[in-house]
Design a protein around this ligand. Structure first.
Ligand code: ADP
Ligand code: MG
Length: 735
């Protein structure tokens, strides 16, 4: 059945008016429910969206706008395009099609022609329409033979008193905002509440931005910007509004970061003893010569650790660039000064691997390393708690289990967080709070373009490992479409026959379809119709793939690894792969993070068009870790030019930083940083910010302002300070 989204009985109601109150009574903090028409029931929908106050409504920006300004005469309606038409209803009929679908057909006429609007399986709608009524239709136009049709258009009746005259509402005859789709709240309603919020707040909207800064960058005033971002008079008017809200967000963010940085630097940290016997002994026993990049990063870390203020350093370097040794050095320094270290890893597999490598690296220098995961049981747990409290255990490697309150150190001097994009600010803070301002080292393998890292990690110093340790290979990358899978299998078999191992990665675990498309609220039925018609995408699930590869590679042992498997199952599979008991490992991107098997030389990525560039690059980094030549094969059938471009980039570019720049350009920062995982505050305008000069401008302005007003305490800055606190409480309060 085709469902129809809009059931607006009060089609011709004017813009909702709000209760008459004195303007001082309302503020940005006034609850949404205050607006007329938003009762407790509707309120729960807003609540679910995180829209609690009028301020939230203002900042719930449209995803895009539709230009419904021009009314077309019916003869001008173009098939395949959306159009707005106005006319008089000439007939209404309800009938059942052969398929059983109930069709409501409403014909509308103007002086140039006739258009027929169709609705399905909603017989009750019939009574809304009557012949002679004047109506506006907006929707996608089809032409069936000589007939012009609109399927499930939006519509609005023109009140009798406005007959034939100009008629302008929130929904027709203007630029119309389209908000991010949500269930339970329709576009019309969101539009009406946005308009009501603006109207209600009109007399109580202070501009948080100092006039001088506004002038300097030619930015719109706050009210104009807010009006235009929701209801621009013309398409061109949106850009200026976006610039203003983007600047505001970036500026507040930079102020928050700057204030945080100052506070962190002012804290009394631990001045570690850097030069010493233990570190020297440790260095001597390393089985390889350090790269220049590693040496440099160690120097930077040494300087930070020796200083009396806490270190906040990001160590970025591609997979395989040798970050672990550098981190181990920091741990040796901590141990030498009588401090303990903790290493936080995002998965159990990774924690285990770190514990193993670190104990190999550190035990020759008599530094003890312990592993804590959620599977550690009593009495071992109690023993660990004792060892930590007594300072006997010098390095603790753990998953998020290490954040639990029972984990207490005698003297925590260094916290290391691996793959920080998987941890949030709160977790970071929880870890740090286990010591007395310990040094913090964050490791990330996601190369972040310089512009972004400078601005987004503004409170961190950055060390970068550029070159890879000598003797390491870069995987060559091939792109094949799915018609060539046979060739891929032949190649993989030849590698396995030579004693190597292989990964096969698929995008999904299985079961229900992915929810890539956000869905369009306005035209649900058209949307679902389009989806049905669209050629089925070859969706690959890891379970199907596993079965297929088991069959294809019947002479080899094929393993399966995905995120919904229990931790100890994952562990077993992984260990078996490492021991070469499994030859070919079919997995989801759980293996993206940190897995290191030097004998694996092939990485096949099925449905590669579904991964982001940075993700593909991370995956590719799983091979080329040993002395053998390695290959990454992307099996992909991209349908669009952007998809093809991404695959080309993968084939041609090996440098992770360039990949990251490309990813930023092609997909925007949200994708690159992994929105929910980034541990960053929710930056609504980041997408817009990277397209203009705003990151850099906001940073400079924030620096200048904080130099003069470190706490933004000048009375004139009160609205700005309030804004900063409101937007980034987690940065301000936990600094
Ligand atoms: P990352 O954590 O950055 O992905 P690792 O620290 O795990 O990289 O290092 C990858 C591999 O390279 C490890 O097997 C490590 O022992 C090795 N390695 C690290 N530094 C060097 C070096 N300077 N010379 C040779 N091999 C190195
Ligand atoms: Mg690593």
């Amino acid at each position: 059945m085709i469902r129809i989204g809009q059931k607006h009985v009060k089609m011709n109601s004017p813009v909702k008016t709000t209760r008459a109150v004195s303007p001082t009574a309302v503020s940005l903090d006034t609850p949404v429910q205050y607006l007329k028409g938003v009762g407790p029931r509707r309120n729960s929908f807003y609540d679910r969206l995180g829209l609690k106050t009028l301020r939230d409504l203002l900042y719930h920006f449209p995803r895009r706008h539709e230009d419904r300004r021009a009314f077309l005469s019916i003869s001008q309606l173009e098939p395949g395009q959306k159009g707005t038409a106005r006319g008089v209803i000439s007939s209404v009929s309800l009938f059942r099609a052969k398929t059983g679908t109930l069709i409501l057909q409403v014909s509308v006429r103007d002086s140039t022609g006739l258009v027929t609007a169709l609705w399905f399986n909603q017989p009750y709608m019939r009574k809304w329409f009557s012949v002679g009524q004047e109506i506006i239709l907006y929707g996608a136009v089809d032409r069936i033979g000589r007939k012009v049709q609109m399927t499930v258009p939006e519509f609005e009746f023109i009140p009798k008193e406005a007959a034939g005259a100009e008629h302008k509402t929130l929904h027709m005859g203007r630029m119309v905002p389209v908000y991010p789709a949500t269930s339970g709240l329709h576009q019309r309603e969101l539009r009406e509440t946005a308009a009501a919020a603006l109207k209600t707040l009109w007399n109580s909207l202070p501009d948080p931005l100092p006039e001088e800064i506004r002038q300097r960058h030619g930015l719109l005033d706050f009210k104009t910007a807010m009006t235009r971002i929701h209801f621009p008079p013309a398409p061109e008017a949106v850009a200026g509004a976006k610039d203003r809200v983007t600047f505001d967000e970036m500026f507040c963010f930079q102020l928050a970061l700057g204030m945080r940085r100052k506070k962190m630097q002012a804290r009394p940290g631990i001045a570690h003893e850097v030069a010493g016997d233990l570190v020297e002994r440790w260095k001597k026993r390393l089985p390889f010569t350090l790269t220049a990049g590693q040496e440099k990063a160690m120097k930077e870390i040494a300087a930070d650790m020796a200083a009396p203020s806490p270190m906040h350093r990001l160590l970025q370097g591609e997979v395989g660039s040798g970050k672990t040794v550098v981190a181990a050095y920091a741990m040796a320094v901590a141990a030498q000064s009588g401090s303990q270290s903790v290493v936080l890893a995002p998965t159990e597999v990774l924690a285990r691997q770190h514990a193993l490598t670190l104990s190999q690296m550190l035990s020759p220098a008599d530094i003890s390393v312990g592993l804590l995961t959620s599977s550690l049981e009593e009495p071992a747990r109690r023993q660990m708690a004792r060892d930590l409290a007594e300072g006997k255990l010098q390095v603790l490697v753990g998953t998020h289990a290490a954040l639990e309150p029972w984990v207490r150190f005698s003297k925590l001097g260094l916290a290391v967080i691996d793959e920080q994009q998987k941890f949030g600010v709160d977790q970071r803070n929880a870890l740090i709070s286990k010591g007395n301002n310990p040094d913090l080292l964050i490791l990330t393998a996601t190369p972040i373009p310089r512009t972004l890292s400078l601005t987004l990690y503004g409170e961190m110093a950055v060390s970068t490992l550029v070159e890879r340790p000598a003797g390491r290979q870069t995987a060559r990358t091939l792109w094949m479409d799915s018609t060539r899978r046979e060739e891929v299998f032949t190649f993989v078999k030849s590698e396995l026959a030579a004693g190597r191992q292989a990964y096969v990665v698929c995008p999904r675990i299985g079961g229900d379809g992915s929810k890539d498309q956000p869905g369009e609220d306005l035209f649900p039925s058209i949307q679902s119709a389009v989806e049905k018609v669209r050629a089925p995408v070859r969706t690959v699930s890891v379970l199907q793939m596993f079965a297929e590869y088991q069959h294809l590679f019947s002479g080899y042992r094929v393993g399966l690894l995905h995120g919904r498997m229990k931790a100890d199952e994952q562990k077993k599979v992984f260990a078996a792969f490492k021991q070469k008991e499994i030859h070919l490992l079919v997995a989801t991107q759980v293996i993206e993070v940190g897995v290191d098997v030097a004998n694996a030389t092939v990485m096949v990525i099925e449905g590669a068009e579904r991964f982001g560039l940075s993700q593909l690059h991370q995956l590719r980094g799983r091979v080329g870790r040993g002395e053998h030549e390695s290959t990454c094969i992307l099996i992909a059938d991209p349908k669009d030019p952007a998809g093809m471009e991404r695959l080309q980039t993968m084939v041609q570019v090996a440098d992770g930083f360039r990949i990251a720049e490309e990813d930023l350009r092609l997909r925007g920062p949200g994708e690159l940083l992994g929105k929910r995982q980034s541990g960053l505050p929710d930056l609504k305008c980041l997408e817009w910010a990277v397209q203009g000069p705003w990151l850099e401008l906001a940073r400079k302005e924030a620096e200048t302002m904080l130099a003069a007003e470190p706490e933004l305490d000048a009375p004139a800055l009160a609205p700005l300070k309030r804004e900063v606190k409101l937007r980034f409480p987690q940065l301000i309060e936990t600094a």
